[in-house]
Design a protein around this ligand. Sequence first.
Ligand code: UT7
Length: 338
Amino acid sequence: MSLTLKHRSPVRAKISSVGTYVPPRLLTNADLEKMVTTNDEWIQERTGIRQRHLVDPGTATSDLAAEAARDCLRRRGIPATEVEVILVATVTPDMLFPATACLVQNKIGATGAWGFDLSAACSGFLYAMQVGAKLVESGAHKKVMVIGADVMSSIIDYTDRSTCILFGDGGGAVLIEPCSEGEIGMLDYTHEIDGSGANSLYMPGGGSLHPSTIDTVNAKMHYVHQEGGAVFKVAVRKMSELGENVLARNGLTPADVDLFIPHQANQRIILATAERLGLPQENIVINIGEYGNTTAATIPLAMNTALSDGRLKKGMTILLASFGGGYTVGATLLRWEC
Ligand code: UT7
């Protein structure tokens, strides 16, 4: 396989470490059967989900993000003081401000870092990872911590069976650093947003349009609202379209992809996307059964699953894809270098 290197920056960026954290408490399909009218068979058949990890009250997104960042640094063998930038992708920040990145910076003791939060729902991790890669490729920074973390249980209505079965809490992090001699790292990406889909997946209350009041809370506007069927169709179409584009413009075919690591929203979405892309099932990473949809955390959690299973190895060509509220969609092509 020959790779055409698209970008001409003298510095290339790579993922040099991965870290994750999920809270220990489980919410199983059997638990949900006692809360809403649903059953294990329906959930597994329609989504592939068996269980989700949920925080206990008092644990926030910055706690999951900080644990994931600590794990990432431990595995890289460097102290937090070496981190220069912290980017946190999340739709469930601890508070509207300060940014969760500031809280993480303080929790892990990254005394030399600046950073900010990025809001792109389920595509947040891929978007933040590209921002981090550009900061490294520009020569401005050498160690960027990119975190995707969400406490989805804080914005889910556990009386709504169409959403409460889907989501879980979790955090994942990667460190972005310059490539060493001979390494390739980040190859290319393509991102799209389409605000015409804004009302198909959103949390309407608590922002400047509908500030929180007793009325917004009574109307359940502080919860996730989703038109599942509509989102499903666009997710499959757009993830496969962008995945195909990013492969084609780099002169690659599906046969060149060693591993496909997609956002984990629904097992049927993943399989349909992979089928459209012509990717064989054995090259897909799926861990939704264990974690559910953890929004910004799904892709680093899936990277970690593939690493633990021994399926993700240095030198592999990896395709990442995401779709989420916004709509936001992304596809990233990279060489695994750690
Ligand atoms: O990560 C961000 C992006 N989000 C997504 O990608 C999510 C996309 N959407 C989906 O994953 C799926 O649309 C869902 C899993 C949300 C729903 O699956 P579906 O196959 O699209 O089901 P549906 O909404 O068409 O509902 C089919 C039936 C309905 O009953 P009727 O009208 O046929 O009698 C629902 O009321 O299933 C019913 N239903 C349930 N039944 C048992 C809906 N939720 C449940 C449930 N348990 N939890």
